[in-house]
Design a protein around this ligand. Structure first.
Ligand SMILES: N=c1c2ncn([C@@H]3O[C@H](COP(=O)(O)OP(=O)(O)OP(=O)(O)O)[C@@H](O)[C@H]3O)c2ncn1[C@@H]1O[C@H](COP(=O)(O)O)[C@@H](O)[C@H]1O
Length: 109
């Protein structure tokens, strides 16, 4: 099985390649054809579906919805030219910084 990062990096590349395909043959191309607002709305819908699955679905349902959410997040990142590597670097930067401590520091500003 590929590592989690391998999977996401490969999917990011696939999405970039499929953007220029025919919208009749490619869901990624179809989303881009419909434009950024549709891509963003789709991500929001998938987020809500993941929330619902997290609250009332079973683990298989949450797993499937989480996959949809990650996929559509990568589509939005690609559409805005934000590399996955930048998101991962931001997470690395936060590593070891407690979310509570970070929030408290922000409130002091
Ligand atoms: N990982 C995914 C992936 N996950 C989910 N989806 C699609 O995302 C859509 C999710 O929408 P919904 O669940 O709301 O279902 P829907 O009712 O069909 O959607 P709408 O009509 O409401 O837009 C479905 O059409 C799924 O098939 C994905 N489509 C593509 N990929 C990856 O992207 C690659 C390129 O795909 P194409 O661009 O289609 O070639 C594929 O090989 C996969 O690796």
């Amino acid at each position: 099985m590929a590592g989690a990062m391998d999977t996401l990096v490969r999917l990011e590349r696939t999405i970039a390649e499929r953007r220029s395909a025919s919208p009749q043959e490619s869901y990624v191309a179809k989303l881009h054809d419909r434009g950024l607002p549709v891509i963003a709305r789709k991500l929001g819908e998938e987020g809500v579906e993941a929330v619902v699955a997290g609250l009332s679905g079973d683990r298989a349902e949450l797993t499937a919805e989480a996959a949809d959410l990650l996929f559509h997040l990568l589509v939005l990142l690609g559409a805005r030219d934000v590399p996955l590597a930048d998101v991962l670097a931001e997470l690395d930067r936060r590593q070891g910084v407690s979310g509570l401590a970070e929030k408290a520091a922000r409130k002091e500003d």
